[in-house]
Design a protein around this ligand. Sequence first.
Ligand SMILES: *[C@@H]1O[C@H](CO)[C@@H](O)[C@H](O)[C@H]1NC(C)=O
Ligand SMILES: *[C@@H]1O[C@H](CO)[C@@H](O)[C@H](O)[C@H]1NC(C)=O
Ligand SMILES: *[C@@H]1O[C@H](CO)[C@@H](O)[C@H](O)[C@H]1NC(C)=O
Ligand SMILES: CC(=O)N[C@H]1CO[C@H](CO)[C@@H](O)[C@@H]1O
Length: 323
Amino acid sequence: MYTRCVILVFVSLVVAVNAQSLLPSFTYSLIVSHVGYDFLGNFSWETADDLTHGRVNYVDQATALKDNLTFVSDCKFVMRADDTKKVAKSARGRDSIRIHSLNAYDDALFVLDISHMPEGCATWPAWWTLSEKGPWPYGGEIDIIEGVNLDQRNLASLHTTPNCTMPKVRLQTGSTESTSCDTSVNYNQGCGVSFSEQDSYGAGFNAVGGGFYIMEKSSTKGISLAASRWRAPLDVVLLSIPDAYFPTNINCDYSKHFNAHRIVFDLTFCGDWAGSEAVWNASTCAAKASTCDSFVDSNPDEFAEAYWEINSLKIYTPHGFLR
Ligand SMILES: *[C@@H]1O[C@H](CO)[C@@H](O)[C@H](O)[C@H]1NC(C)=O
Ligand SMILES: *[C@@H]1O[C@H](CO)[C@@H](O)[C@H](O)[C@H]1NC(C)=O
Ligand SMILES: *[C@@H]1O[C@H](CO)[C@@H](O)[C@H](O)[C@H]1NC(C)=O
Ligand SMILES: CC(=O)N[C@H]1CO[C@H](CO)[C@@H](O)[C@@H]1O
């Protein structure tokens, strides 16, 4: 039976320039709309080792479809971790998914509508964008959704070449965690902003049925991010103060640090962040296993909620063309 997808479509997003609003300053036009099957043809499934040392085995598209780690319908695109098998000590890790878009985007507004994001101990999911040209960190990295283990708040960050710093206080509702975006500072911590809402991430976000995540990448204004758990109309979200704002100015000139980006989704386990001894031990997850890796290996059933469920990914550009 064919069911029409319930999706909000903004063919042309016309928002007046407003000094109080950081997000919109153009008339944006929808140029790309990914729903259901579109993801299969427009993204590439990556299988390389995780550079953040995660206990993960990224599988190719055919394997993912065969094992139902990727599930597609007219209205849904699901990417999950395997939650059926134990992982052998000698194996690379738990089966999971990492994909990147075939297209790359300069100035654009990205609107992700999700019903569920991966949650649970050992998980480290991310929705982010990365310079197509690189090599990293040239051209920059923008982490839009990111967190680990049982986190309740989203952490958005930029990672760049040297000479990119952010003011501690700026027009955003989130709190500044670190101000240097330079990857060579603080062991590549990046400049991070923790979202103010509890439930902007993980189990709480899923409990309310998910919502929108929006990122504006603008060479004239910089980078703005917003989350909306209640599916408020998009123009309301866009006219509100963003959760995280990374301005372009003399301390971080956008044109020197960012170029066209691909879109990436991934779900790794443990590794440099979720699995670091200090982070794992500090989390209540440590009561379940002495190390993150051993937790991943022995508890497949704990990964039942480790999945992305995407309703749509829409991309708008200021002038209505790709590049
Ligand atoms: C595959 O995954 C989808 C989405 O989670 C689920 O609805 C479906 O029942 C699964 N199919 C099988 C054969 O397990
Ligand atoms: C960073 O700025 C300093 C001081 O202006 C300059 O000397 C240096 O070359 C810059 N580094 C890069 C990588 O742009
Ligand atoms: C973390 O916990 C493990 C097991 O309880 C312990 O062996 C290790 O020393 C702890 N590490 C840190 C950094 O707290
Ligand atoms: C933006 C983009 O690349 N869209 C393509 C997605 O995949 C379908 C077919 O798989 C193409 O027709 C689109 O052009």
